[in-house]
Design a protein around this ligand. Structure first.
Ligand code: PMP
Length: 447
């Protein structure tokens, strides 16, 4: 069955298939961290549905919540009507919000994916401000629909102004650390305060508190506070895209809590649906300038996803899984940093909580020679002085991991960052097993 399914899908599916290319497995059963393929092989899954599975696969509380709805006779499809299931989800969601926002919050249920919620957030701030420009960051990822795509790194939209994200390791200013973050903030202020820049009054700024697809890059807390001040002083709504960072993943329930900032708009998806499709925008009620029906969508009321999501949010909160993610994440990152001593191909280890990235480089290449990464990133000049990225090595590590029964994801500007997004329910023993296999895979790929 395994080979046949792989072969048929490779013939029938679009050439855009991604994960299925690098991870030729046919999952048939899963529980917690483990996935079992049709060929009987078992894998530790650190991809977790691209960061969706806060509680791992088929967690009993999620299954129980879904079964309860199925057995109750409640309608599964209700457009955006009010239901007891939605009421419970919204109550649970508001419980998790920063207090200052929760007291004045509205929630917009969106089409099923993160990109739909990004789209709604962009439209919301444009409607509320009557302006159209948008500030977004280099290396950002917000989704695949037109507006979200424009806000992502690499896109070219006249209405979007690209700002340099504070990427410590490959600092766009060749500075890194606090100085790099300071230069990013100043760049932003200078643009907004220069009457000739043409971007003095944008509709909003959208940022990820930790860039995920961009290569697991945490924004410094001071920089986040600075961005909050810069936008607040100029009445520019700040949108935090917490699609990947939310629900305990980074060590706080929402990643904005690290810096203590309160955004005007928060975009949420992935883990909030407890592994089923769900996406919402939460925003300050004074931005609610929409007319009834001005943002529609047939699938804004997935009852099963709301039930699975409410159960997940409650479980993460009640069991303090964010704190657990912080402790375990720090331990894992520490061990990976230790590995760097034996593996010169590890250029940088970074992350927050259980959102971890290992950037692989070519240590032999001269950072100041031809291999030096200079050029432009999304229109912003870069000059970093660190060894060039090693995408081929990263792909080899991913394959060696798979051989050893470990599923990891790649990401980053050059696809050279090995990413770990394990469930927050990961045990100490599982964390050790994951890192043992990864270390082994690194040694094998280097040979
Ligand atoms: N925003 C961020 C920060 C994401 O990581 C993603 C998905 N990786 C999205 C938006 C888009 O979500 P979706 O794939 O569900 O459309």
């Amino acid at each position: 069955a395994h080979e046949g399914i792989l072969r048929r899908q490779s013939l029938r599916e679009s050439s855009a298939r991604t994960y299925a290319r690098s991870l030729p497995i046919v999952p048939v059963r899963a529980r917690g961290l483990t996935i079992e393929g049709a060929d009987g092989r078992r894998y530790l899954d650190c991809l977790s549905g691209a960061g969706t599975l806060a509680l791992g696969h088929n967690h009993p509380v999620v299954l129980e919540a879904v079964k309860k709805v199925l057995d109750s006779g409640a309608p599964l499809h209700v457009l955006d009507l009010a239901t007891p299931v939605k009421d419970a989800f919204t109550t649970e969601l508001f419980e998790t919000l920063p207090r200052e926002l929760a007291d004045h919050a509205r929630v917009q249920f969106c089409g099923p994916a993160g990109t739909d919620a990004v789209e709604a957030a962009l439209k919301l701030v444009r409607t509320a401000t009557g302006r159209s420009g948008l500030l977004a960051f280099t290396g950002a990822y917000h989704g695949m629909t037109a507006g979200a795509l424009d806000a992502s790194g690499g896109a070219q939209d006249v209405r979007v102004t690209r700002l340099p994200y504070p990427y410590d390791y490959r600092c766009p200013f060749g500075a890194g650390g606090e100085r790099g973050a300071e230069l990013s903030a100043r760049w932003t202020e200078n643009l907004l305060d220069d009457p000739k820049s043409g971007v003095t009054s944008p509709a909003g700024m959208i940022l990820e508190p930790v860039q995920g697809e961009g290569g697991v890059i945490p924004a410094p807390d001071d920089w986040m506070r600075r961005m909050r001040r810069i936008t607040a002083d100029r009445s520019i709504p700040l949108i935090a895209d917490e699609v990947q960072t939310g629900v305990g993943r980074t060590g706080t329930f929402w990643a904005v809590e690290h810096s203590g900032i309160v955004p005007d708009v928060m975009v949420m998806s992935k883990a909030i649906g407890g592994s089923l499709p769900l996406a919402v925008v939460v925003y300050r009620d004074d931005l609610d300038a929409w007319e009834p029906g001005s943002h529609a969508g047939t699938f804004r009321g997935n009852q099963l996803a709301m039930a699975a999501g409410a159960a997940t949010l409650a479980y993460v909160r009640e069991n303090r899984l964010a704190e657990r993610a912080a402790v375990l994440g720090a331990r894992m990152t520490g061990r990976l940093q230790g590995l760097a001593a034996d593996h010169p191909c590890i250029g940088d280890v970074r992350g927050r909580g259980l959102m971890i990235g290992v950037e692989l480089v070519d240590p032999e290449a001269d950072p100041d020679g031809a291999g030096r990464r200079t050029g432009r990133e999304d229109g912003v000049r870069t000059s970093t002085g660190v060894p060039p990225a090693a995408p081929a090595l990263a792909a080899a590590v991913q394959q060696e991991c798979l051989e050893r029964g470990l599923i990891v994801e790649l990401g980053g500007r050059h696809s050279s960052v090995v990413r770990l997004l394990p469930p927050l329910t990961l045990t100490d023993e599982q964390a050790t097993a994951v890192l043992d296999r990864l270390a082994d895979a690194l040694s094998a790929a280097e040979r």
